[in-house]
Structure formats: structure tokens, C-alpha cells
Design a protein. Structure first.
Length: 351
């Protein structure tokens, strides 16, 4: 069983020491390995997956038990929370945190992504791994590419019409727009099928169809069409909001490298572009443990329950290097992200 490092309350200074490519991360990696923090936690994951599955089944049974009443819509909230837990499992499978073989991790990812959520595991994995390779890189990270929202003033400069209006007000619109994220994930998953190879596309498409059929059967056998549609909309809105609020604080408003950033090295590329969110057990649970975002980016294959254990090691290592280590509370993390988005849209607002 891994041992937790001695706790520390030190925070890193903001200055950055000159890079020493290839050497800054190695001592930290060695310490993490020595403490067993990269070892898999199969029992932890097996228990979590089983409990999540049982709770999903309980909510499904509750929908049928409640039946044809608007009160059934209240069950959309626990279903949204459990959907986010399901997404966290799929996320970890994509990082090979759960099992020793790529095949097993893919099966877990397909079940939790495609079958249970209707979200393509291959699409998410491709997009998310490109993000991890170049976090916040304006040319390489798909999470900061131009979309409904923009993340730099250069991206905002060419926005006109309705897109320009959205950019001007994107800080105010951010949380309302997250209500659409649950549906957007499904749309992007379907669109990505064209990119996939024939065999992968067949498996992914079959599981996505199975999800739609099962989800529709669950709701339509318990509710009339109008209430079933209302339930689905509320469920997806809350799921998108919850998932977005778990991922939004991690990088928005942090450094955004561009061009050739190889001089940064792995440690600086991951630490300087990421932000941790402080909190107790409730915060850790709601954010899926990914509030230890710096640690997750440094050790993407590290099991989630070990991220809080490696944090003191990372914090001390950054302090020794004079490297900034960003950590704040949950509310302030949203505030920093929103202030950055507001500043990006400022040139389009009238003085």
C-alpha cells in the first residue's frame, strides 16, 4: 500500500527558474515510484465501478417506481451526478490507470463511455490525450481551439456577428452554455465516427446505438413522451453542467504557450498551465479527484486516489526549483477562469 508523504502547507513562489531540459522531472518521478504511487489500485476501481453500477440501477428502478409524474424529474439530478462518475471512470481508463492491459482499459472505456453515456471513447481519448501532450497550447491543444468560446485576444479579434456577441459576453454565458455540454458531447461523438477506422467505427457505433435504445426504453416505458423528453433534457443539462464545472477550473486563465514550447520540458509544460483546487473530501469527490490537476498532468497514468498523496512531493519539488505552483479554492478557481474569459472578450466591447 503506498505511503502518504508528510503533509506540508508550503506554497511555491511565482518565479520560474531557467529550464534544465530532461532533468527537472526525473527526481520527482523517482520519488513517486519509490513510494508506490504509480502502482494500480484495481480493488479501489473495482469497488467504485460496482457501487456506481448499482446506484445507476437503483435510479433506473426509481424512475419506473415513480412512474408518470413530474416528480420523477427529480431523479435527473442523481442520474447526472452518477453520469459524471461514469465519465470519470472512462477518463481513467483512457489514461490506463485502471488495468494493466490496453485491451482491458479500452473495454472499460467503451462500456462507461459509449454504452452508459452515449459518448465516444475513441473521440474523447484522442482529444484528451492531445490536450495532455500540449496543455493550453494555442496551436496544439483542442481544448483551447476556437469554438463557441475563445481563449486568447488573437482568437477573439476576427469574431463578428453573433459569434462576436458571444465572445463579448462569454464570461456571463459560460455556465449557461455548459447546460448544453451533455448533448454536445454526443454530437461530437457521432461526428467523430468518420475519423475512425472501419473496425473501431463499427464497435463504437453499435454501442452508441445500444445506449440510445436503452436510454429511450428506460424513459419511454416509465413516462409518456413529453415527460420523457423533459427528463432527458434536464438530465443532460445537469450532467453537462457538473462535468464542465469539474474540468473548467483546471487550465482556464493559466499560461498559454504558443509556437515551439519544447524548452519548457515536461515539468514546466504541465505545472505552469494547470491549476489545483483546494478542498476537503466533498470537493475531491465532486471533482472526481481531478482537482489535483497539476499532479494528474504530471502523472496521467497515476490512479486518482494517489493524486492527493503525491501532491506534497510535487509542491516541495516546485518550491525547490522556484517554480510557480497554482492552487486556490473552488469559487476563486471559477473566478479566475471567468476573469480570463472576460478579458479575452474585452477588445470587442465598446469602451
Amino acid at each position: 500500500m503506498p505511503q502518504a508523504p508528510a503533509p506540508t502547507t508550503e506554497s511555491a513562489p511565482s518565479a520560474s527558474a531557467p529550464p534544465n531540459a530532461g532533468s527537472e522531472f526525473t527526481p520527482l518521478l523517482r520519488k513517486a515510484k519509490e513510494q508506490g504511487l504509480l502502482e494500480r489500485r484495481r480493488g479501489w476501481y473495482a469497488t467504485g465501478i460496482a457501487v456506481n453500477g448499482l446506484l445507476l440501477a437503483a435510479v433506473a428502478a426509481g424512475i419506473h417506481q415513480a412512474g408518470d409524474t413530474w416528480w420523477t424529474l427529480l431523479l435527473a439530478l442523481p442520474l447526472a451526478v452518477l453520469s459524471a462518475r461514469t465519465a470519470f471512470v472512462g477518463h481513467d481508463a483512457g489514461h490506463s490507470q485502471i488495468a494493466g492491459s490496453r485491451r482491458t482499459n479500452r473495454v472499460i472505456g467503451l462500456v462507461h463511455g459509449n454504452l452508459l453515456l452515449g459518448m465516444s471513447y475513441a473521440w474523447w481519448n484522442d482529444k484528451h490525450n492531445r490536450h495532455h501532450a500540449n496543455p493550453n497550447h494555442v496551436e496544439k491543444d483542442p481544448d483551447v481551439a476556437v469554438g463557441a468560446l475563445v481563449w486568447t485576444e488573437e482568437q477573439a479579434a476576427d469574431r463578428r456577428g453573433f459569434a462576436g456577441w458571444v465572445t463579448r459576453h462569454q464570461a456571463k454565458l459560460f455556465f449557461p452554455m455548459l447546460l448544453l455540454e451533455g448533448i454536445a458531447l454526443k454530437v461530437s461523438s457521432i461526428q467523430d465516427l468518420r475519423r475512425q477506422g472501419a473496425r473501431e467505427r463499427a464497435v463504437e457505433a453499435l454501442l452508441l446505438v445500444a445506449h440510445v435504445a436503452g436510454y429511450a426504453a428506460l424513459l419511454l416505458t416509465a413516462l409518456p413522451l413529453g415527460k420523457a423528453i423533459a427528463f432527458a433534457l434536464v438530465h443532460h443539462a445537469l450532467f453537462g453542467l457538473h462535468l464542465g464545472m469539474a474540468f473548467a477550473p483546471n487550465h482556464k486563465g493559466m499560461e498559454m504557450p504558443g509556437g515551439d514550447d519544447r524548452r519548457w520540458g515536461h515539468l514546466r509544460r504541465q505545472v505552469l498551465t494547470s491549476r489545483n483546487v483546494r478542498g476537503g473530501a466533498v470537493t475531491d469527490w465532486l471533482l472526481g479527484g481531478l482537482n489535483y490537476q497539476i499532479e494528474h498532468h504530471l502523472f496521467p497514468s497515476m490512479p486518482r486516489p494517489h493524486l492527493r498523496l503525491v501532491q506534497p512531493l510535487v509542491r516541495r519539488h516546485c518550491r525547490a526549483l522556484g517554480l510557480s505552483y497554482a492552487e486556490t479554492g473552488l469559487i476563486d478557481s471559477y473566478g479566475q477562469a471567468l476573469r480570463h474569459m472576460h478579458a479575452v472578450g474585452a477588445p470587442l466591447r465598446p469602451e
